[in-house]
Design a binder for this molecule. Structure first.
Ligand code: DAT
Ligand code: MG
Length: 135
């Protein structure tokens, strides 16, 4: 089996869309194998988003992801689960996201795009270790 990290970001929790978003993945056939509801500590946010350090939107991104509780979970499927999740999420900017995708149906702004999904099997392994070490 193959796993990826998904985060329903603070905007998704604030808008009471955790069930809506996670149920799409469950209906698709993916299984939740770990999950935690938490205000992400700054230190974990910085580890998670290390690749964006130094970019113009980095400070805003860390402030956003740590501002209120998020639902962080690990989803499991047969293969390339990260890709299944990202296809269902839609592209980073909700303006570009097709109807039928999470960002396309529910989002409007790049800075409040509801959901995180790892972008490769390597990122998935790294990000799962950041949030659920040793799992
Ligand atoms: P994704 O979340 O689709 O993997 P990413 O890894 O490139 O996108 O960026 C991480 C998050 O940072 C993204 O979900 C929203 C924010 N972000 C990315 N590019 C941005 C930009 N140009 N302006 C503002 N926020 C941005
Ligand atoms: Mg990314």
């Amino acid at each position: 089996m193959n796993r990826t990290l998904v985060i329903v970001k603070p905007d998704g929790v604030e808008r009471s869309l955790v069930g809506e978003i996670i149920s799409r993945f469950e209906k698709k056939g993916l299984k939740i194998v770990a999950g935690r509801f938490e205000t992400i500590p700054k230190e974990l946010a910085e580890k998670h988003y290390f690749e964006h350090a130094g970019k113009s939107f980095y400070d805003e991104l860390v402030t956003f992801i740590t501002r209120s509780p998020a639902f962080v979970c690990v989803l499991e499927g047969p293969e390339d689960t990260w890709k299944v999740v990202r296809t269902m999420m839609g592209p980073t900017n909700p303006i570009d996201a097709q109807p039928g995708t999470i960002r396309g149906d529910l989002g409007l702004e790049i800075g409040e795009n509801l959901v995180h999904g790892s972008d490769s099997n390597e990122s998935a392994a790294r990000e799962i270790e950041v949030f659920f070490p040793g799992i």
